[in-house]
Write a protein that binds this ligand. Structure first.
Ligand SMILES: *Cc1c(COP(=O)(O)O)cnc(C)c1O
Length: 422
């Protein structure tokens, strides 16, 4: 559920008319709903009720400081994957003891930063990384709290670009080698083993891969305890999918996911950590864009929008579907016809939707791409020298720009022409 609804024929974010925001900040822009973000954190909390747990928001899905602040105030910690994200999490007010650090390529500088900050846990993805964290921690006279990310070799049945839990994926250590590497970790003076980590992919729409992965984690936890390790946390990763096509998709609910957690590892006495990203923020955001032209092609009509693939790359990158809704509610029974929605960028990949059934739209009309809160603004670029688009946060009847649109001068001022080209 989210808080984007028609009211009096106009699409609203909570109590704010999106057309009013368009008039104030110009198009295109991203708009996020505070109440939806809060609700999604709460839903995850409730799904894990009765088990000690921490929801660590995977902030790579949307790392805007204001979005982070909302999620942190709702009680979540953060899952970070870079030094930049760690700095953002701290700047947004996340207590260090609620930050876990994931990612396959942590540099020495990032590891030192995280140790100095006193983060909750490193999710370690390889033996060389473990050795490096041990070295840096010993230099500082610290012990790094560590969970090893194991690769359970399960197929998450999701898009190939966002599958992470198969043996051929670059993530984690093979579960078959886990005991040996934990044994090595146990001998390192700079390492304190605190648990096990697993994350099998993103936009996962069935519970079976989770069940299979968590059962493997369970078995490993029992074996590691026998080996003498203090396995007190299980980080079960993120990846739960959201309905991008509201009309015909119903992925499992967090409640059902929670039941799988309870059933598979709930009796181990471990603190459960989860790292949802998309589920927290995906449906809490929309991308609003204006039709620049309506163009009739050979048996095909195009709506050319002022948003493009540089603003929202998911359709081009993952063949993703986003529901498209006009900001002005069509009359009941209004005729629909297929149309292609494209951006102005000079490549065919700049297509948001093909042959989408929509009511008639003309130049000047506004549309919203739904479910655009996750992996939208964070993956945007200035390709074609299109300045990054603004992000707006709504709360009740208030809205505020939480990342302004840079001016063209600001965009150009980041670059330099060397003296020798003067
Ligand atoms: C991307 C990622 C997540 C979040 O995935 P979602 O599909 O957005 O829930 C969680 N943990 C790790 C380690 C990740 O890389």
């Amino acid at each position: 559920m989210d808080h984007f609804d028609w009211r009096g024929g106009a699409l609203h974010a909570e109590d704010v008319d999106l057309a009013e925001i368009a008039a104030a900040v110009g198009t295109p822009f991203y708009c996020y709903s505070t109440a939806t973000l809060e609700r999604h954190v709460r839903v995850f909390d409730e799904a894990l009720a009765g088990m000690p747990h921490l929801v660590c928001y995977a902030m790579k899905a949307n790392s805007n400081l204001a979005v982070l602040r909302v999620v942190i105030r709702a009680g979540a910690g953060c899952d970070v994957v870079s030094g930049g994200e760690l700095r953002r999490a701290l700047a947004a007010g996340c207590p260090a003891e609620k930050i876990v650090f994931s990612g396959v390529g942590k540099t020495a500088e990032e590891i030192a930063l995280a140790l100095d900050a006193g983060i909750r846990q490193f999710n370690v993805e390889s033996e060389p990384e473990l050795v490096e964290i041990d070295r840096i921690a010993r230099e500082k006279g610290l012990r790094a709290p560590v969970a090893l990310r194991v690769n359970p070799d399960v197929d998450a049945k999701t898009h190939a670009k966002i599958s992470t839990g198969k043996a051929e994926d670059k993530f984690g250590i093979p579960i078959s080698r886990a005991r040996a590497i934990y044994a090595a970790a146990g001998r390192m003076a700079g390492i304190a083993v605190v648990g096990i980590d697993v994350h099998i992919g993103s936009q996962i729409t069935t519970l079976e891969p989770y069940e299979a992965a968590f059962l493997k984690v369970r078995e490993l936890a029992l074996a590691l305890r026998q080996d003498g390790h203090d396995i007190r946390r299980l980080d079960l990763g993120g990846g739960l999918g959201i309905p991008y096509r509201r009309a015909n998709e119903a992925p499992p609910l967090p409640f059902d996911y929670g039941e799988v957690v309870r059933r598979t590892v709930g009796d181990l006495g471990c603190e459960i950590e989860v790292e949802p990203g998309r589920l927290i923020v995906g449906n809490a955001g929309v991308l609003v864009s204006r039709v620049i032209y309506r163009k009739s092609g050979e048996g095909r009509d195009f709506l050319i929008l002022d948003a493009a693939m540089n603003d929202l790359i998911r359709p081009a990158m993952y063949d993703a579907w986003h529901d498209v809704v006009p900001l002005r509610q069509p009359a009941p029974g209004a005729a629909v016809a297929p149309v292609d929605l494209v951006g102005p960028v000079c490549e065919s990949g700049d297509t948001f939707a093909r042959q989408r059934e929509l009511p008639h739209l003309e130049a000047g009309d506004l549309v919203a791409f739904r479910s655009a809160g996750a992996y939208g603004a964070v993956m945007s670029s200035e390709y074609n020298s299109r300045p990054l688009i603004p992000e707006v946060l709504v709360s009740g009847s208030r809205f505020d720009v939480v990342r302004p649109r840079p001016t063209y001068d600001e965009m150009l001022a980041r670059e330099r022409i060397p003296d020798w080209l003067a």
